[in-house]
Write a protein that binds this ligand. Structure first.
Ligand code: F6P
Length: 364
């Protein structure tokens, strides 16, 4: 039996993303207007529940004007996993399970339910908290659009616009100077941003983690274009792309083992392509620009729909679930089915097929 709800908390975890504030606004509005609940804002992801001093009530004044703002008014963190939390003790870093403290704080603060907005890592933690008795619902978020439970995540559309806009602008210099322009976009495990911005921006080569590439094939494409009188090429590369022999082009970072640092991949690739193709090559790294800026109308609407639906899930006592978009309609799915399975690009699927029909090379 779930407890009756009067007060709910909301936190945003993982990398920031356009549309987070739309979710926060919708949660606060729906909770107040439809149910008369109090909403507490938890700062900096799960950290805010480990150190609860900065938790604050969110009222109409706090959410006024935030719909158009990027980032998250609550702050976020992509490091604070309470089940493996690094702490300094006697001058040394020790990793501890601080989840009992977090769960105790939930009760101490008087939170009847918790709305967790975040990507796969954040939702995995939400699931573990739910298994330990917390009344949790999830809202999926990532610019990478790689969560399998939902057709699309908010933030992706805005990131796609940013990347496409950059490719459009880079075309000018590519064409005027007869250059190879390499543009790196985000996408650690999935190439959705690279693939769709590449198609939208008319890229000649698109490199994604799902389709390993060889340098020779990229250079072949550049030469074919030159032979046809097109002395410039645009290469869109996802940060997680891999060579045909299986190597990522980035060294593992110390901070988060699997995360490439922006620029590593494009700079390595740009140097290789420039040398092998014997053509002037320039590199542009979009990095965190893709995570910033005002959310697109689509992301504002999706974030608002997700936020309001998450509050309805709480009201119905449907905990341990995550809202999602399926066939254009807002649904929900159990967290345990939603986490751990990434939605990657199908190398034999329609998007890649369309790009190939347009003459795009994947370097394979
Ligand atoms: O998950 C979104 C994402 O933008 C990835 O594509 C990227 O690798 C990562 O976040 C970068 O995160 P950080 O903010 O830690 O550099």
């Amino acid at each position: 039996m779930s407890k009756p709800v009067k007060t709910i908390g909301i936190l945003t975890g993982g990398g920031d993303c356009p549309g987070l504030n739309a979710v926060i606004r919708a949660v606060v509005k729906a909770a107040m207007i439809r149910y008369g609940w109090t909403v507490l804002g938890i700062p900096d992801g799960y950290d805010g529940l480990i150190w609860p001093e900065k938790i604050r009530p969110l009222g109409a004044g706090d959410i006024s004007g935030i719909l158009v703002r990027g980032g998250t008014i609550l702050g976020t963190s992509n490091r604070g996993n309470p089940f493996a939390y690094p702490m300094r003790e006697n001058g040394q870093t020790v990793v501890k399970d601080v989840s009992p403290l977090l769960l105790a704080n939930l009760a101490k603060i008087g939170l009847d339910a918790l709305v967790v907005v975040g990507g796969d890592g954040t939702q995995k933690i939400a699931l573990e908290l739910f298994r330990r008795g917390a009344q949790v619902v999830g809202v999926p978020k990532t610019i990478d659009n790689d969560l399998s439970a939902t057709e699309v995540t908010f933030g992706f559309d805005t990131a796609l616009r940013t990347a496409t806009d950059a490719i459009d602008k880079l075309h000018t210099t590519a064409e005027s100077h007869h250059r190879i322009m390499v543009v790196e976009v985000m996408g650690r495990d999935a190439g959705w941003i690279a693939l769709q911005s590449g198609i939208a921006g008319g890229a000649d080569v698109i490199l994604i983690p799902e389709v390993p590439f060889s340098l020779e094939k990229i250079c072949d494409k550049i030469e074919q274009r030159a032979a046809a009188g097109r002395h410039f090429s645009i290469i869109v590369v996802a940060e997680g792309c891999r060579t045909i022999d299986g190597h990522p082009l980035f060294p593992f970072s110390e901070e988060r083992r699997n995360t490439p640092r922006p620029g590593t991949v494009a700079n390595a690739l740009g140097a290789l392509v420039g040398r092998h193709a014997g053509r002037e090559t320039r590199v542009t790294v979009l990095g965190h620009i893709q995570r910033g800026g005002s959310p697109s109308p689509f992301d504002r609407v999706l974030g608002s729909r997700f936020g309001a639906a998450a509050v309805d899930l709480v009201a119905r006592g449907e905990f341990g679930r995550m809202v999602c978009l399926q066939s254009g309609s807002i649904q929900s799915t159990p967290l345990e089915e939603a986490v751990g399975v990434l939605k990657t690009v199908d190398p034999n699927g329609q998007f890649v097929g369309t790009a190939r029909s347009l003459g795009v090379s994947f370097g394979d």
